[in-house]
Write a protein that binds this ligand. Structure first.
Ligand code: AMP
Length: 305
């Protein structure tokens, strides 16, 4: 089942304790799309400048990602630069040059509008809402957001997530959005805002999924070496929604069983862990579905008792 992915397509400058790259393909939609492409067919919506390299387009196209919705306009591609702390749990943004992304006004190609699955990367809530309005018959809407929108665009954000099935958010943002410190209470407050499913990301410590009738916890996969955590949260989203799309799952209460939800969360974690093994999205150049399923089985073994 097709998945429409909307969000930033970027060049990133990254510095981690393992090294530094000045310019590498990045962006939330890039990571979500790449991760999801191992499960389902992906239709990307984004904007890039005329500096966007043909080889980067090719990389995405080789993963069978539909790029009809990737608009290319005069100007520079969105550029983001960040540096990570020694334990890589914190990062500082050094540069955010929106460039052509500042005028992003997503328009879905005709062939995208009937897709049943939609994943809205972190962009202005009104734009996320506008994208959903262009879809006819969407079955599952998922989205991400960040502190900036929670703080300064709260009403707009609340009006937007009201229509979502799934919200992906990190722990500090969940607290900020819900105004509750305890994560269980925070999750319940968010479930009252519209989504039927909330996943709270906890970086290397894993993720917590909450629904009205259940919750599920997954630890982070213990990699021996984390090279670069950039995009791990987006890859979690890509793996999670990708699995649901592959299995034609609906998240609405009473329409999905616990096993499928648990599997989707584990596949999300698996994709997030692979993302960290190389700089930027490079791990996805060679990754195979066999490796993904192998790590899924490993997860099952080390959490079973
Ligand atoms: P993550 O590590 O999952 O938070 O995602 C990192 C990606 O988000 C990077 O590749 C950046 O290009 C992109 N990014 C950083 N800041 C923003 C922003 N303000 N809006 C949209 N995308 C962003």
């Amino acid at each position: 089942m097709s998945l429409v992915v909307v969000g930033s397509v970027a060049y990133d400058g990254l510095e981690t304790p393992h090294g530094k790259v000045d310019r590498i393909l990045g962006g939330a939609a890039t990571y979500i799309g790449l991760a999801a492409s191992f499960f389902t067919d992906v239709k990307l919506v984004g904007i890039v400048g005329d500096d966007f390299a043909a080889e980067d387009r090719e990389f995405l196209a080789k993963r069978s990602i539909d790029l009809e919705g990737l608009e290319q306009v005069p100007g520079k591609t969105f550029f983001w630069q960040g540096v990570y702390s020694a334990d890589m749990n914190d990062r500082t943004t050094l540069v955010t040059d929106l460039n052509v992304f500042a005028d992003f006004d997503p328009k879905l190609p005709e062939g995208y509008r009937s897709a049943p699955y939609l994943m809205l990367g972190n962009i202005q809530p009104a734009l996320q809402r506008g994208v959903r309005a262009q879809m006819n018959g969407v079955k599952l809407t998922a989205g991400d957001t960040m502190n900036y929108w929670i703080k300064d665009y709260r009403d707009e954000l609340l009006a937007t997530i009201r229509d979502w099935d799934f919200l992906l958010i990190n722990d500090s943002e969940a607290r900020m959005l819900s105004r509750e410190y305890n994560l269980r209470r925070a999750a319940n407050a968010i479930l009252d805002m519209g989504p039927n499913t909330v996943v709270i990301k906890r970086g290397e410590y894993g993720a917590l999924l909450f629904r009205r009738d259940s919750h599920f916890m997954v630890p982070g996969y213990l990699l021996e070496e984390v090279f670069d955590p950039t995009g791990a949260g987006d890859c979690f989203a890509g793996g999670f929604i990708g699995y649901l799309a592959e299995h034609n799952c609906d998240l609405k209460q009473g329409h999905i069983d616990r096993v499928d939800i648990a599997r989707a969360v584990i596949y999300g974690s698996v994709m997030g862990s692979f993302c960290c093994e190389k700089f930027g999205p490079d791990r996805f150049r060679t990754l195979t579905r066999e490796e993904i399923d192998g790590r899924f089985r490993e997860f099952r073994e080390f959490t079973e008792f």
